[in-house]
Design a protein around this ligand. Structure first.
Ligand SMILES: [Zn+2]
Ligand SMILES: [Zn+2]
Length: 164
């Protein structure tokens, strides 16, 4: 794959310069420009979406409006990025974030997989720490009534708070 943001050397300033140099019409229509002007490259190499966002149970995702006036539609940013830099997403497949950052639209961090694979890779299974940074060791982990993994340290803190 050969695209201008490959690697982490491109800074937001580089992108801003590139975007500024595009003729106005292309700026509005070029899919790559549409993407590149709305991302910030993180230390991990993620293209962090800084445009509009929508929430799903699985996380936050970027979205953007594409298409000409009158036939514009809102699409998911990571899907749009994959289709722009890699190609069509094969029928029946979903995109998995290899970096586990759902706001990332770096095509190198996206892989088209079956829904089944995506579920089995589920982000909870790969997280090694809870939201408060406690490690999910065997002794610090329990499964709640919904079968989801939870942190014992946090539960202890919650219980103590309730007593006070
Ligand atoms: Zn990423
Ligand atoms: Zn915790």
């Amino acid at each position: 794959m050969n695209h201008p943001l490959k690697g982490t050397k491109q800074t937001p300033e580089h992108i801003a310069k590139r975007v500024a140099n595009y003729p106005k019409v292309r700026k509005l229509q070029d899919p790559k420009i549409k993407i590149e002007r709305k991302v910030k490259i993180t230390d991990a190499g993620c293209w962090q979406w800084v445009g509009a966002i929508f929430q799903k149970p699985t996380g936050s995702y970027g979205q953007l409006r594409v298409g000409r006036r009158g036939e514009a539609k809102v699409v998911r940013a990571h899907r749009y990025s994959y289709e722009t830099y890699v190609g069509a997403i094969p029928q029946g497949l979903v995109l998995d974030h290899l970096c586990r950052n759902t706001l990332c639209v770096n095509p190198d961090h996206l892989e088209a997989v079956t829904q089944k694979v995506n579920m089995s890779r589920g982000r909870h299974a790969t997280k090694s720490k809870c939201v408060n940074g406690h490690s999910y060791t065997a002794s610090n982990t329990y499964f709640n009534s919904r079968g989801a993994r939870e942190c014992r340290t946090c539960r202890g803190i919650r219980y103590r708070k309730r007593k006070n």
